[in-house]
Design a binder for this molecule. Structure first.
Ligand code: MF3
Ligand code: CO
Length: 250
């Protein structure tokens, strides 16, 4: 499928969808504290999304059983919320969340510390976020897609972290996942040329150790093979003729 170019009307709807998602993320961040369960985060998130008149797009997506992905420590992405999974001081927790507003999808992820966390964990979170900002600098009309991938990889490589290769970012619009796929690691092929009106979910997933990941028996939860911590940072963005716009930040 070709990469879709959004009309002005669609861009306005994407903007609104993403702004509402940013509010949900801000509220979820406030709720993070030692002692809460990952299921509580999911229930709160679903309530917030529905309270805004929106639909949680992850719920039942390919059979995913919850509205929010809650991934703790060595869990990379797609952690399934559970009542028995209690956050404790020193954990890091990645919240991946999306919603549908008037048919338009938004998608964003953040990793938070629970209480006080180690400086090493905080650095992983910060540099994962920073790598997103390196990538988005290249998200300009006329550039090629691989410039985003190569900028993320070029930045992260200095820390000795592992870039997850098994999962990638994506176009987004009337579907959660549209073309193109957006790898976070170096590409030889330049991929499609970026054009004004493309909306993209750029989402580096970075491991403190090796890049290898595996799936747990629940068929969803992705974990690091070496057991090291992993962080995730994702925003839905708009390519314009000038500066790219980050739609899921308030
Ligand atoms: N946020 C994920 C992504 O970026 C989607 C989660 S898949 C789901 O692609 F099944 F958990 F919803
Ligand atoms: Co995504």
């Amino acid at each position: 499928m070709a990469v879709t170019i959004k009309s002005q009307r669609e861009i306005d709807l994407m903007r609104e969808s993403c702004k509402l998602l940013a509010k949900v993320h801000a509220e979820l961040e406030q709720a993070i504290e030692p002692g809460i369960s990952t299921l509580y985060i999911d229930q709160l998130g679903e309530k917030l999304i529905r309270g805004l008149g929106c639909i949680p797009n992850f719920l039942h997506y390919n059979g995913y059983p919850a509205s929010i992905c809650v991934s703790v420590n060595d869990e990379v992405v797609h952690g399934i919320p559970r009542a028995e999974r209690i956050l404790k001081e020193g954990d890091i927790v990645s919240l991946d969340c999306g919603l549908i507003y008037k048919g338009y999808h938004s998608d964003a992820a953040r990793t938070h510390g629970v209480g006080r966390i180690s400086p090493e964990a905080q650095k992983l979170i910060d540099e994962t976020r920073n790598s997103f900002f390196e990538g988005i600098k290249k998200a300009r009309a006329g550039n090629y897609l691989y410039e985003i991938s190569n900028a993320i990889d070029g930045y992260i490589s200095q820390f000795g972290y592992g870039i997850v290769e098994a999962l990638v970012g994506h176009g987004i619009g009337t579907s959660l996942h549209e073309d193109p796929q957006i790898p976070n690691y170096r590409q030889r092929r330049r991929g499609p040329k970026l054009r004004s009106g493309m909306t993209l979910a750029i989402e580096p997933m970075i491991n403190m150790g090796q890049s290898a990941v595996e799936w747990l028996d629940d068929d969803w939860t992705v974990v690091t093979v070496d057991g090291t911590l992993s962080a995730h940072y994702e925003n839905t963005i708009l390519v314009t003729d000038g500066e790219p716009e980050i739609l899921t930040l308030i």
